[in-house]
Design a protein around this ligand. Structure first.
Ligand code: AGP
Length: 615
């Protein structure tokens, strides 16, 4: 997700936009840019790096006058972070300029058409395609900017929050929204545009939040006209009086970034499969895989290298790849793999998983694998990160910036990418039937709404957390696909509440850990209907008979575990291979609430860093 800011009114736009971008850096910070209308020209400056770098560069590059402008701080999704790919983007004529937060899924086909019409492109971004599509419509249909934006957006598939202006018409600015947030601040003969209210809250508390598929022409003289993009219907603006402060806005009204990011998961998962998963047509489109399909299909095995939560996502992928695509998988801690002189050949495919794309051990493991001839595929969340550039190919998660040190939406979006890859390979290898394939795709499309349902049990989860917040030790148990989720749940609790916790395969209890059981030991057991349910129920009974405390993560409507366990937390039913995307949600919330009740620094736990770039 990126941050967009715009201004049209009677004040100097530059300082308003620059400060506004600083307030939005939590939304993305790999490049920044600004475009001002000044003396019949567009003055534009942009740079890789943070808003502070833009400030330094703009001061030397452009006159910062003008009462109309737009600015952008980027979280790259298409095109690596560099000056050229930074926003704003010009149209070919240089008359129009745009900023955009979102993903245009069909930008490649639109670009092909525009190239045929003689348009040229400087950047690799989907956004530059959009501004030239708008220009092409404006010229060919001979319409005003607002109409051109509307016609162009009806050809677009994807998500956007955009602001556009024409240097020939400097008394208006056009905005539009679908899937990405866009707020309009209403001042006295002045208007502010932003991804959220933080850039304009000090100037006005009056705001309009555009709804999806709405656009607005904002004019100095005529005020705001809001229309439906699809049918041009006029919309009565609903002006809100905002009652929130700056800090609340950055965290989206949540107390911590971690809680915000837990609740962002439905959208993060949807953004991650957007443009890749076409359930109706039964297609998975992933250029990183498509371009290297032969090499990957002929691999002897897949070796996953990762650390921490990313390693847990890799362990989930072992079950998915082996069960669906029948490809042997080994999951390695990168820190061990890099030093144990592993046997690696050209017939190996290595998948490196990293949210930050900067983890030193994972980077070292990649270099080792490459030096031995393996094909290395990256799954990262930060576009243009070191790991994403070091691997031969890759697929990004589109989780957006993950600020909380405890990884949450990165985990579920990593699993989403890995599931898409495994399904694609299984289809190519014919190891699953067409009906199975379609069923998996359709169910994957339902996961964001099912995650939303799982999040709705938050109050109940908070109650359970209050009962066990003073435990000194906890156990997390799961089987099959949910064994890695048990490990992940234990890590979440450890790293933010500082309570000791261990994850185990449920069947492993009788090989030692059951000696730990007493009434002081809460045991969180993932006991979903799909996946060795009866065996897990008997594991629960073994623990209960030794007066252990059981908190069961169960499928909605479960009628067995609820009569044995001390507490149950429900999740919606789904396919066994997709349960990790849901069972992890209550465990994330449990650890969050326990840590808050214990007064821990949830977003920056002691001794930890968001990205471990040291060995
Ligand atoms: C998980 O909550 C931790 N933040 C940590 O284990 C993290 O997953 C690990 O350091 C790997 O980071 P990466 O995904 O950025 O490589």
């Amino acid at each position: 997700m990126c941050g967009i800011v715009g201004y049209i009114g009677k004040r100097e736009a530059y300082p308003i936009i620059l400060e506004g971008l600083k307030r939005l850096e939590y939304r993305g910070y790999d490049s920044a840019g600004i475009a001002l209308y000044d003396d019949s020209e567009i003055k534009l400056s942009k740079t890789k790096g943070k808003v502070a770098d833009l400030e330094a560069k703009a001061a030397t590059e452009i006159s910062t006058n003008g009462t109309l402008g737009i600015g952008h701080t980027r979280w790259a999704t298409h095109g690596i972070p560099n000056d050229i790919n930074s926003h704003p983007h010009y149209s070919n004529s240089g008359n129009l300029v745009i900023i955009h937060n979102g993903i245009i899924e069909n930008y490649e086909s639109l670009k092909k058409e525009l190239l045929k019409r003689g348009y040229t492109f400087k950047s690799d971004t989907d956004t530059e395609v959009l501004i030239n599509l708008i220009e092409d419509v404006k010229i060919n249909e001979n319409v005003k900017l607002g109409k051109a934006v509307q016609i162009a957006l009806n050809q677009v598939v994807g998500a956007y929050a955009i602001a556009v202006f024409d240097k020939k018409k400097p008394n208006e600015i056009v905005v539009a929204k679908l899937g990405s947030p866009l707020a309009i601040g209403i001042g006295d003969e002045e208007y502010f545009i932003a991804s959220d209210a933080s850039p304009f809250l000090e100037y006005t508390k009056k705001a309009i939040y555009l709804e999806d598929e709405e656009m607005a022409v904002i004019s100095r003289k005529k005020g705001i006209k809001i229309r439906k993009i699809k049918n041009d219907a006029l919309v009565d603006p609903y002006i809100q009086e905002l009652q929130i402060n700056l800090e609340q806005i950055e965290k989206g009204g949540y107390e911590h970034f971690m809680l915000k990011e837990i609740h962002e998961q439905p959208n993060a998962i949807k953004d991650t499969y957007r443009g890749r998963l076409r359930a109706k047509e039964g297609i998975i489109k992933m250029s990183g895989i498509d371009d290297n399909l032969e090499r990957i299909l002929n691999a002897n095995r897949i070796i996953v290298v990762a650390c921490g939560t990313s390693w847990h996502a890799g362990l989930v992928s072992e079950y998915i790849f082996e069960n669906l695509a029948r490809i042997p998988v080994e999951v390695e801690y990168a820190s061990e793999f890099r030093y144990r002189n592993p046997v690696i050949t050209e017939k190996d495919v290595v998948i490196a998983i990293s949210q930050s794309g900067e983890t030193a051990d994972t980077l070292a493991a990649i270099k080792l694998a490459k030096s031995k001839g393996a094909f290395v595929f990256g799954v990262c969340n930060v576009v243009g990160s070191t790991i994403s550039r070091e691997t031969h190919a890759g697929a990004y998660t589109h989780a957006g910036p993950e600020i909380g040190v405890a990884s949450t939406k990165a985990f579920t979006t990593q699993i989403t990418v890995l599931t898409l890859i495994a399904l694609k390979l299984a289809k190519e290898k014919g190891t699953i039937s067409n009906s199975q394939f379609h069923m998996q795709l359709q169910e994957l499309e339902l996961i964001p709404d099912k995650v939303k349902k799982a999040l709705k049990y938050d109050e109940h989860i908070k109650m359970v957390a209050s009962i066990y917040k003073d435990a000194k030790n906890c156990l997390y148990l799961g089987r099959g696909y949910n064994f890695p989720v048990a490990l992940e749940g234990a890590l979440k609790l450890k790293e933010i509440s500082y309570i000791h916790a261990e994850g185990y395969p449920a069947a492993e209890m009788k090989h030692g850990p059951i000696a730990l059981i007493d009434e002081q030991m809460p045991v969180f057991v993932i006991a979903t209907k799909k996946g060795h349910y009866e065996k897990v129920v008997s594991n629960i009974q073994e623990i209960k008979s030794r007066s252990g405390k059981i908190i069961g993560i169960v499928t909605e409507g479960d009628q067995d575990v609820k009569y044995i366990a001390d507490h149950v937390i429900e999740i919606p039913e789904t396919l066994e291979s997709l349960t990790p995307l849901l069972t992890t949600i209550p465990l994330q919330l449990l650890s969050y609430h326990i840590a808050v009740m214990l007064g821990r620094n949830v977003d920056q736990p002691r001794n930890l860093a968001k990205s471990v770039t040291v060995e």
